[in-house]
Ligand binder design. Structure first.
Ligand SMILES: Cc1cc2nc3c(=O)[nH]c(=O)nc-3n(C[C@H](O)[C@H](O)[C@H](O)COP(=O)(O)OP(=O)(O)OC[C@H]3O[C@@H](n4cnc5c(N)ncnc54)[C@H](O)[C@@H]3O)c2cc1C
Length: 492
């Protein structure tokens, strides 16, 4: 079987490795025979991430992107050896962790070498006094959280993909967990890190409470999506495991009532760990068994931490909900959420029916929140073939929120699944920008958003390109992402 006979979606971007046999032999010599593979079964495993459209392509026997060599470095010297060869031969390298990214960040659109980080999986240690944990970045999220729980702590970073994502992937994509309204996004949680730059130079940012030492360079690598180097180690904040949890839910007549209640809670400097507002469609989908929530907007809260503070947070949360026409639905909806929060079968059910679906998360300040929600829903409903568009609000700040939209449908006559997918994506991103929002809250840019970066960043993108050129002179690190437009179609 030759993969080159398959329909490869990003084929036109690929450049085949010259003298591949010699390069494979050199890599095996330098980092060990078992850490390098060109077997078809291994190559196939790294052709995609968890972008939902890639699942549709798999059903059709299509391949997203095709790497040529897979590597599993076990230490930083191995990574440096790989980069020596890649820089000399100008071969693309793509850092790869657990492949749970959903915007194509880890898809090797220009082929090349995969650097899989899974062997960087050591938990180096907890510092109780500093409330921190230091880990290698290939560490799986659930393994880390279970370890912390067993020692009496939580990391507070619980993405829905906890079982299938790594610390490095979180940092690379500026991830957000379900408990982010209390503990923050990963950029609020990280205290320090070690990196290998594209040139093979090492750089480290020691864990520090705060510093005023010029512009904070470390921030520039958080969210760089494998384009500016490889994060090998990180020190993250941790917290004592919560003493008490209060589970609260209210159903509101409209999404505006619910947005008002949650905004008023945040204004009081009250931070429930979890807040989730489900619009009327999602309330029907997830809470149809809750009688009081019929035709309403379900909103759930989890307050956690010190018992006395939790009691106070609960009192204020209830006051604000009841002051905005909320109807108390008890703790059952929150129990239901806890039971189902890692269940993701809904999305993988669609491709076998040739339905194209995806989720898109965006951010917005409070004053534009309601406008953004209605504009996105109205615009997406108009896309030919659209069957579904709904949203929940899952991340809350005193100044704004993160929305999470879901769409699904079938391509109109003469259009491919990819055409329909791109049209829905572009419609939602366009409506977001026109409503004053930011095009991503936590999934990142990858392929799906790169052609909108000039609108999001305006002149800032040119500055970013200069940093990229300076740090990665041969443009070998995850090319075709963030700074380059990989989707050539779609209505902009
Ligand atoms: C069902 C489901 C639920 C999800 N829920 C959430 C959620 O709640 N919150 C959220 O934020 N995201 C969520 N995601 C998206 C995804 O899990 C995150 O983006 C995650 O952070 C990716 O981690 P990963 O280890 O799988 O990285 P990968 O997908 O392997 O890689 C992602 C990107 O990071 C780069 N990268 C990986 N490791 C490194 C490293 N060590 N150094 C430099 N670059 C690196 C890669 O090159 C790539 O660009 C979800 C995804 C799925 C499928």
């Amino acid at each position: 079987m030759d993969f080159n006979d398959f329909d490869i979606i990003y084929q036109e971007k690929r450049a085949l490795i010259k003298n591949k046999d010699k390069i494979v032999a050199e890599l095996k010599q330098n980092i060990g025979e078992k850490n390098v593979s060109t077997k078809q079964i291994d190559i196939l495993a790294y052709t995609k991430d968890t972008s939902l459209i890639a699942m549709n392509w798999t059903m059709e026997g299509k391949i997203a992107g095709l790497p040529e060599i897979i590597t599993w470095p076990a230490n930083t010297s191995h990574i440096i050896e790989i980069l020596k060869v890649a820089n000399r031969e100008k071969i693309p390298v793509v850092p790869y962790a657990e492949g749970s990214g959903v915007v194509g960040g880890a898809i090797p659109v220009k082929g090349g070498i995969i650097i899989d980080m899974k062997r960087f999986n050591k938990i180096i240690g907890i510092n109780n006094k500093n409330l921190s944990v230091t880990v290698q970045t290939g560490t799986n999220g659930m393994n880390l959280e279970r370890y912390l729980n067993s020692k009496g702590y939580t990391g507070g970073h619980i993405p829905q993909s906890l079982y299938t994502s790594s610390v490095g992937g979180w940092i690379a994509h500026r991830a957000a967990g379900q408990f982010s309204s209390k503990y923050g996004k990963i950029e609020d949680i990280i205290l320090g890190m070690k990196l290998i730059l594209p040139t093979g130079d090492k750089i480290k940012f020691d864990p520090m409470a705060r510093a005023a030492t010029g512009p904070q360079l470390d921030k520039y690598f958080i969210g760089s999506e494998g384009t500016l180097g490889i994060v090998t180690e990180a020190t993250l904040k941790i917290w004592p495991y919560p003493e008490k949890r209060a589970l609260i839910s209210y159903a509101f007549p409209t999404i505006e009532d619910s947005l008002n209640a949650t905004r008023e809670i945040m204004r009081e400097h009250i931070f429930p760990a979890v807040i989730r507002i489900y619009d009327a469609d999602e309330t029907l989908r997830h809470f149809d068994h809750i009688e009081k929530a019929k035709n309403k907007v379900m909103t759930i809260f989890v307050c956690e931490g010190n018992e006395r503070l939790v009691d106070l947070e609960e009192t204020i949360t209830r006051e604000k909900c009841e002051g905005n026409s909320g109807i108390d639905c008890g703790k059952e909806p929150v129990d239901h959420w806890f039971e189902t929060r890692f269940k993701v079968t809904e999305t993988s059910m669609f491709p076998p029916y040739r339905i194209v679906a995806d989720t898109i998360e965006v951010a917005v300040m409070w004053d534009d929140a309601s406008k953004l929600y209605h504009s996105v829903v109205e615009a997406t409903e108009k896309v030919e073939g659209n069957l579904l568009v709904s949203a929940h609000v899952s991340h809350f700040y005193p100044n704004g929120v993160g929305f999470y939209f879901t769409f699904g449908g079938v391509p109109g006559k003469g259009k491919s699944q990819f055409d329909f997918y791109k049209e829905c994506w572009n419609t939602i991103i366009k409506a977001t920008l026109e409503s004053g929002g930011s095009i991503s809250h936590h999934h990142g840019i990858g392929i799906n958003r790169s052609h909108w970066m000039d609108k999001e960043w305006d002149g800032g993108l040119e500055v970013m390109k200069k940093f990229k050129d300076a740090l990665d002179p041969n443009n070998i690190f995850n090319p075709g992402k963030i700074y380059e437009k990989t989707w050539n179609g779609g209505d902009k």
